[in-house]
Design a protein around this ligand. Structure first.
Ligand SMILES: Nc1ncnc2c1ncn2[C@@H]1O[C@H](COP(=O)(O)OP(=O)(O)O)[C@@H](O)[C@H]1O
Ligand SMILES: [Mg+2]
Length: 367
C-alpha cells in the first residue's frame, strides 16, 4: 500500500493545459475519487499517476519515493481503462494471467493467483471462456481481476462503470467497494457521475477545466461546497444572488432580490474568506434544507412566495416556489404535512442558518 502525493502538477499538450497547479495528498488505503465533467483532466491525471504520461511540471510521489519520471511497469499500479482494453480472443484466464507472464512469474504461481483473483471477482466458472463471449459486466470483472492479480500498491479505475446499464452499475459499485476493502488497496476512481462519487468515496476531488476546485469527504463536498461550480455539479441546489450591505459578528445584512433583509449566517459559511461590503455573492441552499410552511413565518432567513409547480416522485415531492420572479426548488418527504399542497398556494420559506452557504461566484457557465 502507498500514499500518493501530487505537488504542483501540470500537464500541457502543446497549448492545451489539461491539468494545472494540482496539489493532492491521497492517503494509504483510501478510496479517492476524481469527479468532474468530460474534458476536465481526470484521465490525464490518472495517466500521470500510472506513468503513461509524465507531468510537464511538478512532482509525483508514492510514499517517500519520487515517481515523477518512473515508467509504468516499475510503478506497481493496476489500471482499469474506460474501454477495459481486454484481449477479446483470449480466454478469461489468459487475459488475467497476461501481466504475470510479462513479469516472469512461474506457471504454478500464475495458476494459483489467477484462480484466487477470479474467485474474488466471482468469475471462477468462466476461466476458459473467450472474453468476446462475455457480457459487459463480466468483461468489467475481468478487467478488474487483471488489474488486481499483479497485487498492485495502487488501483486506478477510469470510469469503470460507464459502459454498463443502470442495474449492473449498482451491482458493480458494491463489488468494487467490497474488493477495495478486501485488498485494503489505495484506490483512485474516476467518474463524471456525482451519485457514484458521493456513495463510494472516502474523499472526492472536484475538477473543472483542469483545475481542482475542492477536496473533501462526500458530506463536505455536498454540504459545504467551495464555490458555485462545485455546488451545482453535485446534487440539486438553489442559488440566490446576494449583495452584502453590512457585516457584523454573526449577522449580515444583504439585499435579496433587491430588498434589504437580515440574514443569520455562521462564520463557517464564509469558507473562503469574509466577503466585503457591497460584494455580490451567492447564497446556496439545497432543496431539502428549505422548510416550507403555509402559515406566515416571521423573522430572519425567511422568504415569501407562491407555489408554481408540484411534482410527485413517490417518496419525495418537489415544489417549485416563485419568490419575486425567481424560482426556488424545495424537496420534502411524502410524509410532510404539506405533501398535498397545490399550485397557487401562498407559502413561506425558512432557510435554517446552518444550512445556508455563502459562496463566491466563480463561473458564468456552470454545468
Ligand atoms: N493526448 C492528448 N493530446 C492533446 N490533448 C489532450 C490529450 N489528452 C487529453 N487532452 C486534452 O486535455 C483535456 C483533459 O482531457 P482528459 O484528461 O481526457 O479529460 P477527462 O478524462 O476529465 O474527460 C481535454 O481538453 C483534452 O482534449
Ligand atoms: Mg476521461
Amino acid at each position: 500500500m502507498a500514499s500518493i502525493n501530487l505537488e504542483n502538477v501540470q500537464k500541457a499538450f502543446g497549448k492545451v493545459v489539461a491539468v494545472d497547479h494540482l496539489n493532492l495528498e491521497i492517503k494509504e488505503g483510501e478510496f479517492f475519487t476524481f469527479l468532474g465533467p468530460s474534458g476536465c483532466g481526470k484521465t490525464t491525471t490518472l495517466r500521470m499517476i500510472a506513468g503513461f504520461y509524465y507531468p510537464s511540471k511538478g512532482a509525483i510521489r508514492f510514499g517517500e519515493k519520487d515517481m515523477t519520471r518512473v515508467p509504468p511497469e516499475k510503478r506497481n499500479t493496476g489500471m482499469v481503462f474506460q474501454n477495459y482494453a481486454l484481449f477479446p480472443h483470449m480466454t478469461v484466464f489468459e487475459n488475467v494471467a497476461f501481466g504475470l507472464k510479462v513479469r516472469k512469474v512461474s506457471t504454478s504461481e500464475i495458476k494459483k493467483r489467477v484462480s484466487d483473483v477470479l474467485e474474488k471477482v466471482r468469475l471462477e466458472k468462466y476461466s476458459d471462456r473467450q472474453v468476446s463471449q462475455l457480457s459487459g459486466g463480466q468483461q468489467q470483472r475481468v478487467a478488474l481481476a487483471r488489474a488486481l492479480v499483479i497485487e498492485p500498491e495502487i488501483l486506478l479505475l477510469d470510469e469503470p462503470l460507464s459502459n454498463l446499464d443502470a442495474k449492473l452499475r449498482d451491482e458493480m459499485r458494491t463489488e468494487i467497494l467490497r474488493l477495495q476493502r478486501d485488498y485494503h488497496i489505495t484506490t483512485i476512481y474516476v467518474t463524471h457521475d456525482q451519485a457514484e462519487a458521493l456513495s463510494m468515496s472516502d474523499r472526492i476531488a472536484v475538477f473543472n477545466f483542469g483545475v481542482c476546485h475542492q477536496v473533501g469527504t462526500p458530506s463536505e463536498i455536498y454540504n459545504e461546497p467551495a464555490n458555485d461550480f462545485v455546488a451545482s455539479f453535485i446534487g440539486e441546489i438553489n442559488f440566490i444572488p446576494l449583495k452584502i450591505e453590512n457585516i457584523n459578528e454573526k449577522t449580515i445584512e444583504v439585499s435579496i432580490f433587491n430588498e434589504l433583509k437580515r440574514l443569520n449566517v455562521t462564520n463557517s459559511d464564509f469558507n473562503y474568506r469574509k466577503p466585503t461590503n457591497k460584494e455580490e455573492v451567492i447564497l446556496s441552499i439545497r432543496p431539502e434544507s428549505i422548510k416550507l410552511s403555509s402559515k406566515p413565518i416571521k423573522g430572519t432567513n425567511t422568504l415569501e412566495g407562491k407555489v408554481e409547480l408540484v411534482q410527485f416522485f413517490g417518496s419525495t415531492i418537489e415544489v417549485l416556489v416563485k419568490v419575486d420572479g425567481n424560482i426556488l426548488r424545495v424537496n420534502m418527504l411524502n410524509t410532510h404535512e404539506l405533501s398535498r399542497i397545490e399550485k397557487g398556494t401562498k407559502v413561506w420559506l425558512y432557510m435554517p442558518e446552518d444550512r445556508i452557504r455563502i459562496i463566491p461566484k466563480i463561473s458564468g457557465e456552470v454545468k
